[in-house]
Structures are given as structure tokens and as C-alpha cells.
Design a protein around this ligand. Structure first.
Ligand code: SF4
Ligand code: SF4
Length: 382
């Protein structure tokens, strides 16, 4: 502990130079965030939201790798006519069927009945929407495996090239609209569908094994898809969150729900020393240092801004104004641990309910799988 304190005292004058200069420029007295060096908490400090976020991302990524591998072996069992090792179908694969989730949501809203096929895809979609309704787009930066891989590529890109490349505003703004166009396209397909058509699609051979079709899409990948993935992967090294920022329709939907989130990033302009570290740290390029509340659909609740702020009770992810602002005696700011806990509770609660109510596993007689899975490549869209 002493060694750590010694390190703090040796490093602090050097690292904090720019913070001290910012405080001087703003003519405000800087009250430091407790435990910080250069405005930041050490990575291993349990108060550091980044530690919890990276832990949540890693666990969710590993769970998804496990789900995909198990699902592959489950598919192989039926493809080989039962001549390979049997594994249980991982119901979590339904999280990869957002269109089926959307169709089932529409079906449920119209009939008030939970559909028998791919019900978990709808329940997981509802859980992710509930997260954004409460905690901005936390799903994107805390749980989504694609978001995690995007972030890893951006970090690697920064190591290789020394910086992230930014598109000019005239290109950035229209490109950000692309994800809404993709979302509008999917909503246009699903929303006008009558219940009978939804039912016919989901109960068709294609709908019954939509999860297998999705796996096959990547197993027997087409040239265009492969080129697109390679371009996106290389592009993500240069442009931070390329897929999430410009193209992800799921993120677009979640972003719309996030507008209603009562928890927001809030800044106390009185204690802010205008150092600009929050805006610099924001992967979504939000000018946090110039806002009192971050309301935009682009905020993913990653808390990178909060973790880079050197001033105590100045930047918080909270329900109310930061402590110290006129009329604010308590700060209801969330710690990283609290966000991780809330996300876990929403997800575990949804899965627990789905299991308890019998909606977690799609119950199809085995002979369907024996018949449909080996022929899955020949099944076309109904
Ligand atoms: S405003 Fe803060 S929480 Fe929101 S995306 Fe930017 S850094 Fe993350
Ligand atoms: S809110 Fe932003 S600009 Fe203000 S002190 Fe914190 S990091 Fe610096």
C-alpha cells in the first residue's frame, strides 16, 4: 500500500501537469476524485468502471463462444444422422436471432400469447431493450460480443497507428444514418405482417430452424459476405466502432429506447475545470465537456468519460444532478459495479422467468431436426 502511495506521489506532479493547467485556466479550485492518478483510477481499483465493464465484456464473449461451439456440435449431431456426440441445444443461441425476436414481439403484442417457436429470441430482445430503457445503450458497450470485438480492433489499431482516424463531420453524420435505414428496412418487413403471416413464417421449415440457417450463413459464407467482413474488420482498425457507429440496426433500435433512460451522464459545470478529458475519452465522439446532460442516442454508457474526469463529483452516470450542484445534496451516481449488477439482474431475471415459464427452450420433436437439419441448405425463405 505504501509503495502504491509512493508511486502516486512520484508520478502525480508529472501526470497531473495538464490537469493543474486546466484548473488554473478555469480559475476553479480542483477537488480531486479520490484515489485517482492523472484523473484516473488504477485499473485494478474496484471503483474503476472500466474494470467491471471489461470483466462483463469478457464473460459475455466467452459465454457466446461457448454457445456458438455447442450449437455447432448440436447441428452436427443431426447432420450426421445421430452419428456424432450429442450435446444439448444451447437456448442462448436465440440471442443471435433478432429478426425472429422482432417477429415474435409483434406476434405477442397482437395475440397476447407467447409464441411456441424461438420465444427466447423475443425475451432476450425485450431484456436488451429494457437495459437500454434504463441504462442507455449499455448493452452495446458492456455485453455485445460484436461491440467487444470492435473495441478490441480499435485498441489494436491505436497501438499500430498511434491514433484513431476520424471521418469528417460531413461524412460522419450521413453515415450514422445508415443504421437507421437498415432498421427501418427490417421494421418495414415485420410491422405490416399480419399475425397469420408471422405464424406461417415461424412455423415454416425455414422458420423452425432459423438458428441453423443463421449458422450456415457463416459456415458456408458467400464471397460478398466474406469481403464485407474483411473490409469491416480492417476498417475497424482505423475507425473506432465502425460497425456499431454506422451500420448496426440492433444498436439503432436500442439507441431509440435509450432516449427514455432516466440514468444519464451528467456534468456539474460548477466544479468542472474544462480540461476536456471526458470528451477526448468518449469513443462516441460526444462533446461531454460542453454538455450538462448527455441525451444523445450515441451514448453507450461505457463510463469512459466518468473514468477520465479528474474532478470529484463532477461527471456522473446518474438519475439526478451531480452532488454539489444547486439543489443536489446526494449524488445518485452509478458505480461500474452497480451497472454490471443491474445488467446481470435484468439478464438473469429474464432467463430465470423464461425457464420457469417454459419459454426458454424451443420444444420440437426430434424427428423434425433429423429431417430438417440435413436438408437445411436446400430450404429457401418462405
Ligand atoms: S458520453 Fe461517456 S458514457 Fe457516453 S459514450 Fe461517451 S464516454 Fe461513454
Ligand atoms: S467534466 Fe470533463 S472537462 Fe470537466 S473536469 Fe471532468 S473531464 Fe474535465
Amino acid at each position: 500500500m505504501n509503495t502504491q502511495n509512493d508511486q502516486h506521489s512520484i508520478l502525480q506532479p508529472v501526470i497531473d501537469d495538464d490537469i493543474a493547467q486546466a484548473a488554473n485556466r478555469s480559475r476553479k479550485k480542483l477537488v480531486r476524485r479520490p484515489g485517482t492518478i492523472g484523473g484516473k483510477l488504477p485499473w485494478y481499483d474496484l471503483r474503476n468502471a472500466k474494470l467491471w465493464r471489461h470483466a462483463a465484456q469478457s464473460v459475455f464473449l466467452l459465454i457466446n463462444i461457448y454457445i456458438c461451439m455447442t450449437f455447432y456440435y448440436w447441428v452436427r449431431f443431426y447432420e450426421t444422422g445421430g452419428n456424432s456426440t450429442f450435446v444439448e441445444r444451447p437456448a442462448g443461441i436465440e440471442g443471435w436471432l433478432p429478426i425472429a425476436g422482432l417477429m415474435n414481439l409483434k406476434y405477442t403484442l397482437e395475440t397476447w400469447q407467447i409464441p411456441p417457436i424461438h420465444a427466447a429470441s423475443m425475451l432476450l430482445l425485450i431484456a436488451f431493450l429494457a437495459m437500454s430503457f434504463l441504462l442507455k445503450k449499455a448493452f452495446c458497450s458492456w455485453l455485445c460480443p460484436i461491440g467487444t470485438l470492435s473495441e478490441a480492433l480499435a485498441t489494436l489499431g491505436k497501438k499500430l497507428f498511434g491514433r484513431h482516424f476520424l471521418l469528417p463531420r460531413w461524412l460522419d453524420i450521413p453515415l450514422r444514418g445508415l443504421k437507421y435505414l437498415l432498421l427501418a428496412f427490417f421494421l418495414y418487413l415485420v410491422i405490416p405482417m399480419p399475425v397469420q403471416a408471422l405464424q406461417a413464417f415461424l412455423m415454416s421449415p425455414y422458420g423452425l430452424i432459423a438458428d441453423v440457417k443463421m449458422l450456415n450463413f457463416f459456415r458456408f459464407i458467400g464471397e460478398t459476405t466474406l469481403i464485407s467482413i474483411i473490409v469491416l474488420t480492417i476498417g475497424s482498425l482505423f475507425i473506432q466502432n465502425l460497425w456499431c457507429r454506422y451500420l448496426c440496426p440492433y444498436g439503432a433500435l436500442i439507441g431509440i429506447f435509450s432516449l427514455f433512460s432516466p440514468f444519464k451522464i451528467r456534468r456539474n459545470a460548477d466544479s468542472c475545470i474544462d480540461c476536456g478529458k471526458c470528451a477526448k475519452a468518449c469513443p462516441s465522439r460526444i462533446p461531454v465537456d460542453r454538455l450538462i446532460q448527455v441525451r444523445t442516442v450515441e451514448c453507450t454508457a461505457c463510463m469512459s468519460c466518468v473514468e477520465s474526469c479528474p474532478a470529484k463529483d463532477t461527471l456522473v452516470f446518474s438519475l439526478t444532478k451531480p452532488k454539489g450542484e444547486p439543489g443536489a445534496t446526494h449524488s445518485l451516481g452509478l458505480s461500474g459495479m452497480a451497472v454490471a449488477l443491474m445488467l446481470t439482474l435484468i439478464l438473469a431475471g429474464t432467463i430465470g422467468y423464461a425457464k420457469f415459464a417454459g419459454h426458454w427452450d424451443t420444444q420440437l420433436p426430434e424427428q423434425f431436426y433429423y429431417r430438417l437439419i440435413p436438408a437445411s441448405q436446400q430450404l429457401g425463405h418462405p
